[in-house]
Write a protein that binds this ligand. Sequence first.
Ligand code: ZN
Length: 551
Amino acid sequence: MLLPCFKEVKELTVELVKTPSVVRTSGEAECARRIYGFYSGLEYFRQHPAQLILQRTVEDDIERFNVLAMVRGTQGDSRRAVILLGHIDTVGVEDFGSLREHAWDPETLEGLLRQMDLREEVQRDLDSGEYLFGRGALDMKSGVAGQMWLVRYFAEHPEELNGCLIAIAECDEEDNSRGIISALKVLKQWKEEHGLEYIAAINADYSTPYHELDDNRYVYCGTIGKLLPTFYVVGRETHAGQPFGGLNPNLVTAELTRLIELDPALCDEAQGEVTMPPTCLKQADLKGAYDVQTPLAAYAYYNVFMHSLGPGEVLERMKEKAVTAFENVIAHVNACYKAYCQRSGHPYTRLPWKGRVYTWAEFYRELLQHHGEGFEQHLKQFTLKLQQSRPALDLRELNLRIVEEAWQWAPDQNPAIIVFNSSTYFGRVEVTGRTPDEERLLESVKAAVAEVQEHSDRPIVTKMFYPYISDASFMSLGGEQQELEELAENTPAWGSGYTHPVEDIAAINVPVVNIGSFGKDGHKLTERVHMRHTFEIVPNITYRTVKRLLD
Ligand SMILES: [Zn+2]
């Protein structure tokens, strides 16, 4: 027997979709208030008001909130606690074009989509009546709705639980993860106050078919890691009339992208599962305005996924790519210059360029040795001032500005590349069964999936790494202390603009599983959630997993 949750989870999903909550807009707060209102209306939380929190995010430049709700089981006196996790923010709606204003209204949107010329697969799904459309329907308000339904269920049936169930509806997942980073503080506080022992976290983010003929539904034990290696490339400026007199940093970054983009050798493998290769998310020079001088510097960053590598190892690989990029470019410009000299009858002499590549940690150490503490103090002051004057400055740019400022102090101003991390780090989480908690989680999920499988017309397959980045990464340390030190010393804004909350994570540190929404085209106009699987099958798998974990 399945719990009859379809209708209500659908209604909750529609209500949440109709509350626009694009990341970095006031909608995030509005959506959190709605969820808080839903829980506040329950008798259980009227009886236990301290177990429901509308939490403003900490150290944030905008006003937004998480909602944390805790149900304490009455079946026994266990202190074990399971965390349900879901994000309430969505990406923007630029992809909806002229349908933008209807992105939040599944019914109207469906009618409008019917009038459009859509891909055959989308048309088929539209005609099937099995999908619900709308921004956030898949990613991931339906997942949050399922968790809300379950919290209400257990609030009405606490006798079914021996232990605690905590649900976190968190903001800012699509940007800087300030929601989950803040929520960790409440988890830590509850752990101390109630003597909780966290044993597992269940995320409900979405999954999607791997290819058009893929009929499976997926559950993932663990989650992928992600780093954003960033390259600051300094060339040598020159007048466009004397191009061989300089080294164009645009050429170096172009070569970096050629070497890194989609390179299968940069895929990372563990448990027989292979990550997607890196892709470039930004490539630009740093010239402010047009003139006939070549740019002095350029930069680029790449999304790199990890299954087994730590941040230090990824940066080391990236450093090797930077060395090769330099060598290739220097060989290329020399070949061009030689051919040009031959054609125009000038004598050829080798161009003076040499490649130099540093990690941020190496560069910083060198400057510190050369200038002493004055440099360190200056850079701290610079960062502080920049943050005060531009609190909403993009984290990637903040890191870049710090590197640019440090470069001013470099005694050798010849071309160089500095490799660093410029974004929020997502640690990989692998659940193999090596600890009792992991073993219990794996067994619970396996049994829950097997039971619910009978009611599903599609195979429910369990894999290891949730393949999209998710805040579940903040539930587990996922790596050794030394790895996190390498991350710290290679992230210029560490400690001011961003810190990976190592201590807070260590207080929770549980294995994670993703039992989430299923659908297609997340982050696209045709984003749609498969209703039967998401509104009925998923909450039932989660329900049975929780029951087994807290029995
Ligand atoms: Zn998501």
